[in-house]
Design a protein around this ligand. Structure first.
Ligand code: 5AD
Ligand code: FES
Length: 360
């Protein structure tokens, strides 16, 4: 065991160092948080960038064991926003100086879907004077499809690895061709190679997950050279197969604290990446996202999905803000960001510095 102060002075961290840091108690935990806050200020500054999140459809062909909108969940009322509604949300983001949007939906790979997205990307640029930054989070696709969407205007892609440990990945997904660890990994490499700012992430506090797995996740992000990360606590959903392991889970507060530690450690080992304060944090603690900002996160994704559909996009239970309009959300959010000691980077894309350095 190393002394925590010495450990935090290091430039490089071994797997064993990360495991030790993930296991720290409350007093030492605060030292990790302080170090992460210092690094955040120094390397990416205290501006938080918004990505207006449009969850435009919950139709999904996959069946992930943890996810509330999995294809087999017949209790979910399926919706698909019209192009008009999506573009309305894009304009809302633009007019409110958000500078970027994220399009997220359940996974689909059919031709009609691919074309629709290509068209939406082009239209989104058109209605915003070519200025809006677009992140997409639309699952696993072929390299050609990723290229088509890149050419149509998307420049960032979020695809969580969920767990970088193959065995754990396989435990939380059905064992079939649609849910392969290799496919997920190849997709991430394709995205990076095409030139996307590439984002990934994991869930924290999954059944069967250990601190060793989490240390490996941090090293995976580092070795892959990821530009952006969004990771949040696993929040059980009663209509999913993983729910039967709920008795084996860490209490929610501990999952939350472990997530904050993961964010802080990630900021320490990857100083210049963008780290999102995931919405799932807020499902456990009302001030969850602001707490994440204090320990290293610098991106927030305010939900700007038109409200009538929000309650159907339930990946997990207790999802916050499903009754509020986009306006309510952004006003209370800005105040909370100021309380966390940050300001909002309005009208700025806030691209990942890690990406900018990588592509020079
Ligand atoms: N708890 C927390 N996060 C979840 N996600 C899906 N289901 C859950 C859950 N039950 C996350 C996954 C996915 C992202 C869109 O939402 O990590 O990649
Ligand atoms: Fe839809 Fe996992 S359940 S992608």
């Amino acid at each position: 065991m190393k002394n925590i102060e010495d450990l935090l002075q290091q430039e490089h961290f071994s797997r064993q160092d990360l495991i030790q840091l993930l296991q720290t108690d409350i007093i030492d935990r605060n030292k990790i948080y302080a170090k992460a806050a210092e690094i955040k200020t120094k390397y990416v500054g205290n501006k938080v960038y918004y990505r207006g999140l449009v969850e435009f459809s919950n139709k999904c062909i996959k069946d992930c064991y943890y996810c509330g909108i999995r294809a087999s969940n017949s209790n979910t009322v399926r919706y698909d926003l019209s192009d008009e509604s999506v573009l309305y949300a894009v304009k809302y983001a633009y007019e409110n100086n958000y500078a970027s949007v994220v399009f997220q939906s359940g996974e689909r790979q059919d031709k009609a879907f691919v074309k629709r997205i290509t068209n939406l990307l082009r239209e989104s640029k058109k209605v915003t004077n070519n200025e809006i930054g677009i992140t997409i989070s639309l699952g696993e696709q072929s390299r050609e499809v990723y290229q088509e969407w890149f050419d149509a205007g998307a420049h960032r892609y979020l695809l969580r690895i969920e767990s970088s440990n193959r065995e754990l990945f396989e435990q939380i997904h059905p064992k079939n061709e649609r849910h392969l660890f290799e496919t997920r990994m190849k997709a991430l490499y394709d995205l990076q190679d095409i030139g996307y700012q590439t984002g990934s992430g994991v869930m924290i506090g999954l059944p069967f997950q250990t601190v060793e797995h989490l240390a490996d996740d941090l090293l995976f992000f580092k070795n892959f050279g990821i530009d952006m990360v969004g990771m949040g606590p696993y929040v059980e959903h009663s209509q999913t197969p993983l729910y039967r392991f709920q008795n084996q889970l860490l209490p929610q507060v501990e999952r939350f604290n472990l997530t904050l530690k993961m964010i802080a450690l990630l900021r320490i080992i990857m100083k210049d990446i963008n780290i999102a304060a995931a919405t799932a944090l807020q499902a456990i603690d009302k001030a969850g996202r602001e707490k994440a900002l204090k320990v290293g996160a610098n991106i927030i994704m305010p939900n700007i999905t038109p409200t009538e559909n929000r309650s159907n996009y339930l990946l997990y239970e207790n999802k916050p803000c499903i009754d509020e309009s986009a306006d309510d959300c952004s006003h209370c959010l800005e105040a909370r960001i100021h309380l966390a000691g940050d300001s909002v980077g309005y009208n700025e894309w806030g691209d990942s510095w890690h990406y900018k350095k990588r592509v020079i």
